[in-house]
Design a protein around this ligand. Structure first.
Ligand code: C2E
Ligand code: CA
Ligand code: CA
Length: 730
């Protein structure tokens, strides 16, 4: 017989009250008297029924009549206490017997409180109210305690106290955990704690503690803990000494936080921010810091510091052809070789600790390394070191069963000769490196102020180049390409000229690389392409029969996503036959990334344009790739043509290129043909086309038109230069 009287309106579950009395009137009265307390009230007629209800779901408060049939209140109280949840219930006994015996007995069986009959409802209500509040507070306390423990566990926070007067200590569970001890296995004491502190940190730790005890100042210190199994933890100990409540003696309260994980993360972040992942060497940022440090010392003792930038030659090519894995191995090997060299080349002859090395080595990314040498006498000494380093680097290296011959270019600047600050020195070493790279591989260059003049000229060009397009300073020149057999015009190569408003003509050799670096080449290239196509269209309108125009495409243009679209647009806008446009790509460009090149070339080929490889033979191509690329023409580099008459080696190379092209179904064109002998030799070798000053220099469109023949209907009316030999020669 149980019913729920009141359902809770608020969200918090209300307390459950069970009224156990055989007297229905009492139950009714109790119910209405306690109604304002907002309890969930249930009723039972006797102890057995109360037990059954309690078992279903424990009650918070049980109002229990002592004298009842079936099972009396004492028995019921005892049994309820033994039920699950029974220990937490508040049991209030209701007794008619106001005798000490039954009161005592009631407490014995676990009563929390008692009231006597006749019940004063007002008092009962107050008493229950108090019970409820106490229960609430108690509950909150328990929850807080649990939360605190949980938070401490999550925060790896422990606390311990040390009563200095009697040398007793108490550790929280978390302290045991941080020390790697079990609660049973280790007795809490200050000595035991001190023992766990890392030997190297112990003196500082005990000093901080005694200072806190003597002076009463709070302390905060980071130190290590060594667990019994040798594992190290990083912790922060924070605390203060206080007079004990009774005012006798002192107590030390201490909070211990385990920051090992954070420390490791910090270390990782530090490593990521300052070191190179692959080689473990410092990175550029770290290098700068070290350089600052070196310069500081050098300023003090008026000594010299050398800054060296080292860049591997042709690394890109090795990397592309052998794969990243091998490339990485190579970088690591290079790092190791430089390190050995630095160790062996001791400039000071002193013994150094790890923190006080007279040199520093960093990897600044890719195949670039940065070096610092301290205490150098002058350039000669540095040159000696670099020569030694070069010898070491060029020793053959076996990576992935292939022998690789490495060399590096080095740029050097000296403190204080070439600059006072780190950035200037690095910058100047970089300029020198640029010079070293321009020379053959394996060279080194010291910075000089003339280099700086060159660099500033470059910067000046760069800013002027920015405005060249909108100022209309570009002009496209056309150089005829001639069939060696027939002497007929076979096409033109479009070559760009820049006539700055405020200066002399600048060679494309000078400005194309700058346009490449700054990205301007994409816009300029679009202009060239448009110009060439428009020229063809104009010639068509003027009634000439057309020959293809070859346009140079630089690396940045080739990798630019927009290239294919742009070519397509130009072709469809002019309505030209696509094979009238030829794109010249250098060997370097197409050998960069084989798969990408292939799909890009394929896309261009699908448009129908012709593709040729410029500067062919300069050492980058692999026959295997040429086979899989959809190419039309190989342009034999001018360097092989230049001394063709005298150099039998060059002849052999040109012969091989021509033979190979035939095998691959490609045509050949020789560039830079200047003499009759060259032309004759090329013709005999079987080269298809030629281009060079012998026939004509690059010329403006009007002059170029003179080489064209009119289309059939106008043939009779036009007589121009159409055979080899009669063209402009200069
Ligand atoms: P390249 O593509 O190898 O062009 C051939 C260069 O050799 C041209 O120099 C040309 O004038 C020159 N030349 C032609 N015949 C002879 C000869 O018989 N003897 C000698 N000594 N030289 C000859 P240029 O016009 O100064 O161009 C230099 C380079 O600039 C070109 O080399 C090409 O890589 C680049 N370039 C020129 N125009 C453009 C362009 O519109 N776009 C791009 N991306 N690059 C261009
Ligand atoms: Ca070219
Ligand atoms: Ca060329």
């Amino acid at each position: 017989m149980s019913m729920m009287q009141k359902s809770p309106h608020n969200m918090a579950p209300s307390n459950r009250l069970l009224i156990v009395d055989d007297d229905a009137v009492i139950r009714l009265l109790a119910r209405s008297a306690l109604d304002p307390l907002d309890l969930e009230v249930h009723e039972a007629e006797n102890g057995a029924e109360a037990m059954a209800l309690f078992q279903q779901q424990p009650f918070d408060i049980v109002l229990l009549d002592l004298q009842m049939p079936v099972m009396d209140g004492f028995t019921a109280a005892r049994k309820i206490r033994s039920l699950s949840g029974g220990d937490k219930a508040t049991l209030i006994m209701v007794t008619g017997l106001n005798d000490p015996d039954s009161i005592e007995k009631a407490y014995e069986v676990g009563a929390t409180d008692f009231v006597t009959k006749p019940i004063n409802w007002a008092i009962l209500k107050q008493r229950l109210r108090f019970v409820l509040r106490a229960r609430g507070a108690f509950q909150a306390l328990r929850e807080n305690e649990a939360k605190l423990l949980e938070s401490q566990r999550i925060a790896n926070l422990g606390h311990w106290e040390w009563d200095i007067t009697n040398d007793r200590a108490e550790w929280s569970e978390q302290v045991y955990r941080i020390l790697g001890q079990s609660v049973d296995g280790c007795e809490a004491s200050y000595a035991a704690f001190l023992q766990a502190v890392h030997a190297e940190d112990r003196a500082a730790f005990s000093h901080a503690i005694s200072h806190a005890v003597e002076v009463g100042e709070p302390f905060l210190l980071e130190h290590r803990i060594v667990q019994p199994d040798g594992q190290e933890r990083y912790v922060i100990s924070q605390g203060e000494a206080a007079w004990k409540a009774e005012g006798k003696g002192k107590k030390l309260r201490n909070v211990l936080q385990d920051i090992t994980e954070r420390k490791h993360t910090e270390e990782q972040i530090f490593c990521l921010a300052n070191f190179d992942n692959l080689t473990g060497l410092p990175n550029r940022d770290m290098f700068r810091k070290q350089a600052e440090h070196f310069l500081e010392t050098a300023r003090r003792d008026a000594s010299r510091v050398a800054v060296l930038l080292l860049d591997l030659d042709r690394f890109k090519r090795i990397n592309d052809s052998m794969g990243y894995g091998a490339g990485n191995e190579l970088i690591k090997e290079v790092a190791a070789r430089i390190s050995t060299c630095l160790r062996e080349f001791d400039l000071t002859g002193e013994v150094h600790t790890q923190d006080d090395l007279p040199y520093s080595l960093a990897r600044s990314g890719g195949d670039e390394f940065m070096l610092l040498l301290r205490g150098v006498d002058g350039a000669e000494e540095v040159a000696h070191f670099v020569r030694q380093l070069s010898t070491k680097l060029t020793q053959p290296l076996n990576t992935m069963q292939r022998e690789v011959n490495l060399s590096a270019s080095v740029g050097i600047s000296l403190f204080p000769d070439d600059g006072e600050g780190v950035d200037v020195l690095i910058n100047n070493a970089d300029i020198a490196l640029g010079y070293a790279k321009e020379a053959e591989g394996g060279c080194f260059r010291f910075y000089s102020s003339e280099m700086n003049a060159w660099a500033s000229k470059r910067i000046d060009l760069e800013s002027r180049l920015n405005r060249a397009l909108e100022n209309n300073e570009f002009q496209l020149y056309y150089q005829p390409q001639i069939e060696l057999g027939s002497g007929k015009l076979a096409g033109f190569e479009a070559l760009l000229r820049w006539f700055p408003e405020d200066g002399e003509m600048v060679s494309p050799m000078e400005f194309i690389p700058i346009a490449e670096e700054t990205g301007l080449i994409v816009e300029i290239g679009a202009w060239v392409l448009h110009q060439a196509c428009s020229q063809l269209e104009r010639w068509q309108e003027e009634g000439y029969s057309l020959v293809p125009i070859a346009v140079n495409v630089s690396a940045r243009q080739f990798t630019d996503e927009g290239l294919v679209k742009m070519v397509k647009k130009e072709i469809s806008a002019t309505g030209l036959a696509p094979e009238l446009l030829e794109l010249e790509l250098t060997e370097r460009i197409i050998m960069r990334s084989v798969e990408e090149t292939r799909s890009r070339l394929q896309a261009l080929k699908e448009i129908g344009v012709k593709l040729s490889v410029d500067d062919f033979g300069t050492g980058y191509s692999s026959m295997n790739y040429l086979k899989i690329f959809p190419l039309d023409t190989l342009k034999i580099d001018r360097s092989f043509v230049m001394e063709l008459e005298t150099d039998s080696n060059d002849q052999a190379i040109v012969r091989a290129i021509v033979a190979m092209s035939k095998g691959l179904g490609l045509s050949t064109i020789a560039e830079g043909v200047e003499t009759d002998q060259q032309r004759n030799l090329l013709s005999r070798i079987g080269c298809d086309l030629m281009q060079g000053y012998l026939y004509s220099r690059p010329v403006l469109c009007e002059e170029a038109a003179a080489y064209l023949t009119p289309s059939d209907d106008q043939r009779g009316a036009w007589s121009g230069n159409r055979t080899y030999g009669s063209g402009t020669r200069s």
